[in-house]
Design a protein around this ligand. Structure first.
Ligand code: OXD
Length: 313
């Protein structure tokens, strides 16, 4: 069995060693060394178009992340870029849900417990009580209730916050008030104190966080984006922050990464910037998950995480 790997940073050795350990029957080759060779499976993150176009040999393409926009976007320039009939399989949690729930909880609790205001006071040597938020007023909405979003929503609900979830089709998550579809969008957004975006990036969700959406949130609301930079109309967020309607934003993803040095977000103290680290792809967990899916496919068993290409995630 042959596996063909592509990782944009070219750091192949730990992946090859990892697969050799858990899937010793497989020969792992880098894309660069095996361009003309056939393979059974491709394991990729943001692959070049030449790697997948016209392939008929592969039995599946494994994406080294939860979001598959890095593969599906190849069709933007070339509608035939993806080989027909070959399943694309996303990572299904693989340690990412817990990391994202930590990141989002940290941002929410920092805001809820007014830790920034206390830090400012402490820097001035001030010992003073600040009136706390009421938990019941701190409604949090999670947009995108898939594997990651439902774990985030459940975690926040466990802190006792009122939590709403919004998804394309109806979904139930314990302790989370469900909303779905276009019809449920306005009611979901209405008066949210915190909005967490975990949506997949598709043509329908690109630019979804715009001036109109932000205006529906509660005054002083906090936007947390851990999905993709292309969901957010950056100028609309900046305007809403400057106008005081949005009180804070915690952004882990950007249209251009790394965020350019001249980007105005860097100058806005109410925007917290992190370099796309809310959920790292954990190598060992990812390799173990892909290896077990390869084995399941070999035994003719169904696997989770197959992307619905028409839907875009
Ligand atoms: C992912 C990511 O999609 O890391 O997994 O952004």
């Amino acid at each position: 069995m042959k596996l063909q790997l592509y990782v944009p940073d070219g750091r192949y050795a730990p992946w090859i060693e990892g697969f050799a350990e858990v899937l010793p029957e497989a020969q792992c080759l880098t894309w660069e060394e095996s361009r003309d060779a056939q393979a059974d499976f491709a394991v990729v993150w943001r692959p070049p178009v030449e790697m997948l176009r016209g392939r008929t040999d592969l039995r599946a393409i494994f994406n080294l992340g939860a979001g598959v926009d890095g593969i599906l976007r190849l069709r933007d320039d070339d509608p035939a870029a993806l080989p027909a009939g070959i399943p694309i399989v996303r990572l299904d949690d693989a340690g990412m849900a817990a990391q994202m729930a930590e990141y989002v909880s940290a941002a929410v609790l920092r805001d809820f417990r007014k830790l920034d205001a206390y830090a400012t006071q402490a820097a001035a040597g001030t010992w003073k009580f600040i009136k706390p938020h009421r938990r019941a007023d701190f409604t949090i909405g999670v947009m995108g209730i898939g594997t990651l979003g439902s774990h985030i929503a459940r975690t926040l609900a466990q802190f006792g916050f009122p939590v709403r979830g919004w998804s394309r089709s109806a979904k139930h998550v314990e302790g989370v008030q469900p909303f779905h579809g276009d019809a449920g969008r306005a009611a979901f957004l209405d008066g949210l104190r915190v909005l967490v975006n975990v949506l997949p990036l598709t043509p329908d969700t690109e630019n979804i966080i715009d001036a109109d959406l932000l205006a529906r949130l509660a005054p002083g609301a906090h936007l947390i984006n851990v999905a993709r930079g292309q969901h957010l109309v950056e100028a609309d967020l900046l305007a809403a922050v400057k106008a005081g309607h949005i009180g804070a934003a915690t952004l882990d993803v950007f249209r251009e990464e790394p965020l350019p040095a001249e980007h105005p977000f860097w100058q806005e103290p109410r925007i917290t910037i992190t370099p796309h680290i809310s959920a790292l792809t954990l190598r060992e967990d990812s390799i173990a998950q892909i290896a077990s899916k390869i084995r399941a496919l070999g035994e003719g068993k169904p696997i989770a995480g197959i992307v619905d290409i028409a839907r875009g995630y």
